[in-house]
Write a protein that binds this ligand. Structure first.
Ligand SMILES: NC(=O)c1ccc[n+]([C@@H]2O[C@H](COP(=O)([O-])OP(=O)(O)OC[C@H]3O[C@@H](n4cnc5c(N)ncnc54)[C@H](OP(=O)(O)O)[C@@H]3O)[C@@H](O)[C@H]2O)c1
Length: 364
């Protein structure tokens, strides 16, 4: 486990290194919100400058989170970008256009328009039957995978302008490649070809986790020295998600009976998980071929450079547990890689984006 004190000192270095422009998607609640607050708190009055675009549906919640950020970081520039729903790629595209327009019209600090950190936590795990959007995608898959990959691609021009490598963080289930009775269906990656047989919350998780690992590795390889991409499993954190009405009775009963004990024992506290997620944007997780720069930036190599999900140290794409340690997942991918899974995931995702981007409905 990376010690919390090391996390905190790396976070302070992060905000003192350069002015930061960050985009938070899904931070109107829960872990995204805690991470945003950790960033505002770390910056405080001593950081080099901070602008945040907070993307979300809930204006009331955004307003109160921004007020708290402003209190913690009076010099910060916090902007709310409201969306209808990110289950639709159409709305994701529209949101990226607006962010690009705002940042281009008024670049932070007067330099080039850019984004240094993109942190995504939108979505939830849907229990029960699959729900398909008008664009032909399953609702949870859309929030947890497609909208997140779409945000990266649409904001890539600004992410690549960042003077140092930019950091992309996705909060969900890194390392959970397996589950009791769960199956990966490489010929039905979207889980919409045969949702009745293929969709279930464990299969959903297994698909999102595998596809994110592969998509992140591809982007890291395509953009050496420019992008660091981390997906993380945050552990158990008591957030408003615990009360999601789609959860089945047995889950709600378990939360009711065991929740109070779990909250005091195994759950990770909001403030701690916020700091730990922010830490994923520090040089322990460098862009590919950026290991040397990375270890220097930690201030004397205090925290070692992490192992990439493809087994390359400082590989640029990382699967990380809540405690800052990387997950040992290589074995889960050996056979899949031999079978051309990397190409399958990339081509499938591009196909979805091409079809939906042209205004048509995706048919698996
Ligand atoms: N909490 C845990 O213990 C835990 C454990 C493992 C994994 N995770 C994963 O971590 C991520 C964050 O979890 P969390 O506990 O922080 O959840 P949360 O508190 O429910 O936050 C989820 C965020 O996603 C947004 N969102 C949901 N549906 C949306 C939609 N259709 N369009 C746009 N935004 C939407 C929510 O916006 P609104 O405010 O508008 O609802 C909220 O900002 C999720 O992917 C979750 O599955 C959580």
């Amino acid at each position: 486990m990376v010690q919390l004190s090391a996390v905190e000192s790396a976070n302070i270095t992060l905000v003192q290194l350069r002015p930061l422009v960050a985009v938070f998607v899904g931070a109107t609640s829960g872990i995204g919100e805690y991470t945003l607050l950790a960033l505002a708190r770390a910056h405080g009055e001593n950081g080099k400058g901070l602008r945040v675009y907070l993307v979300g549906r809930n204006a009331t919640s955004a307003k109160s989170i921004i007020a708290e950020c402003q209190r913690l970081c009076p010099s910060g520039d916090f902007r709310f970008v409201q969306v209808d729903t990110l289950t639709l790629l159409r709305d994701t595209d529209e949101c990226c256009k607006r962010i690009t327009k705002m940042e281009t019209a008024d670049p932070f600090g007067g330099g080039e328009p850019r984004i240094d950190i993109l942190c995504m936590s939108q979505g939830f795990v849907r229990f029960g039957a699959a729900e398909i959007t008008p664009e032909g995608l399953e609702v949870s898959m859309s929030l947890l995978y497609y909208s997140r990959m779409r945000f990266i691609l649409k904001l890539l021009p600004l992410l690549l302008i960042s003077p140092l490598p930019s950091h992309i963080l996705s909060i969900f289930g890194a390392g959970l490649e397996k589950g009791p009775g769960a199956h990966l269906h490489p010929t039905d990656l979207s889980l919409t070809k045969n949702p009745a047989a293929h969709y279930g919350f464990l299969n959903l998780r297994v698909h999102v986790v595998h596809m994110t690992t592969i998509f992140f590795e591809h982007l890291a390889q395509q953009n050496p020295g420019r992008l660091s991409l981390v997906h993380v499993y945050p552990g158990l954190v008591f957030t408003p998600a615990i009360k999601n009405p789609s959860y089945p009775w047995w889950f709600k009963t378990a939360v009711f009976l065991l929740g109070p004990i779990a909250k005091r024992t195994i759950a990770i506290k909001p403030e701690e998980i916020g700091k730990r997620v922010l830490f994923l944007a520090t040089p322990r997780f460098p862009a590919r071929q950026g290991a040397e720069i990375g270890s220097k930036q930690t201030g004397g190599g205090e925290v070692a450079v992490a192992m990439g999900s493809d087994g390359v140290k400082g590989g640029g794409a990382y699967s990380v547990n809540w405690d800052g340690e990387t997950n040992d997942i290589e074995r889960s991918y050996v056979k899949l890689r031999e079978q051309g899974f990397e190409r399958q995931v990339w081509e499938h995702t591009m196909k979805v984006f091409e079809v939906v981007g042209s205004g048509k409905r995706f048919e698996a």
